[in-house]
Ligand binder design. Structure first.
Ligand SMILES: NC(=O)c1ccc[n+]([C@@H]2O[C@H](COP(=O)([O-])OP(=O)(O)OC[C@H]3O[C@@H](n4cnc5c(N)ncnc54)[C@H](O)[C@@H]3O)[C@@H](O)[C@H]2O)c1
Length: 235
């Protein structure tokens, strides 16, 4: 049975991806800073810490064998006017959203190369289409992730490994609700629905469905792509 790791699988989009991939018959381990307590395949690690990733990956490989599917969904946002943004805050956002993907990919890639098959899906952000005020560090990190996705796809294609990114837009998760509560969205979620062509907020299941497709054999000819899932908010 195919073994997968989903970072950030303890909440929101990552959690939706875990549920969908399990329903599709994959064995899925969650790697998260705050993993769900009641999940037998949930492991605690900070994606910016290679030592913690290595410890978690040893346990995951002991439980599931080689891992040939990696979904990088862990992420954190930071709203701060650039002139007030400290280098430490900038660095933490880059560490989690971009360096975390570097560390995870390095940790899992040997299994994929050995198998001659693999799937990597990176969850970036629709803010990379448009830019976003007060989120310069986050948008820089997520734009880097899109570029990384394209380059890695070219390197790994000959090894049977595809690499794609999904930049979600406006998905109803704890992250989005926190931003709404702090009045950081420029209106409520309901206001934004009126500006969204399909007239609803996105759901983790929308991202999970796209992710499941990108992991499937049917998507073997799709690599290096940035597949927007945003209700038509960005085209
Ligand atoms: N919700 C949206 O509308 C939206 C839009 C664009 C991009 N995204 C991206 O989608 C991904 C999931 O976001 P979400 O809305 O589900 O957020 P969320 O806050 O609900 O979930 C994020 C998960 O990542 C985990 N995490 C955070 N930092 C971590 C770290 N250092 N190491 C390991 N795990 C860590 C958290 O514990 C949490 O379980 C993120 O990468 C986010 O940037 C979300």
């Amino acid at each position: 049975m195919t073994a997968a790791v989903v970072t950030g699988g303890g909440s929101g989009i990552g959690q939706g991806i875990v549920e969908r991939l399990r329903a599709d018959g994959l064995q899925v381990a969650i790697l998260d800073l705050v993993p769900p307590a009641d999940d037998k395949l949930a492991y605690t690690a900070d994606v910016s810490r290679p030592d913690q990733i290595d410890a978690a990956m040893s346990e995951i490989r002991a439980a599931l064998g080689p891992v040939t599917v990696l979904v990088n969904a862990a992420g954190m946002e930071k709203y701060r006017r650039f002139k007030n943004l400290s280098f430490e805050e900038w660095q933490r956002i880059i560490d989690v959203n971009l360096h975390g993907v570097f560390h995870m990919t390095q940790a899992v890639l040997p299994d994929m190369l050995e198998a001659g098959w693999g799937r990597i899906v990176n969850i970036s952000s629709s803010s990379t289409h448009s830019g976003q005020p007060f989120m310069s560090a986050y948008v820089a990190a997520k734009s880097g992730l899109n570029g990384f996705t394209k380059s890695l796809a070219l390197e790994l294609g000959p090894s049977g490994i595809t690499v794609n990114a999904i930049p979600p837009g406006f998905i109803d998760t704890p992250m989005l609700r926190r931003s709404e509560e702090k009045q950081l969205l420029g209106g409520t979620i309901a206001d934004h629905v009126q500006r969204t062509p399909v007239r609803r907020v996105g759901r983790p299941a929308d991202i999970a469905a796209t992710c499941a497709f990108l992991i499937s054999e049917d998507a073997g000819y799709i690599t290096g792509q940035i597949i927007g899932v945003n209700g038509g908010r960005n085209t």
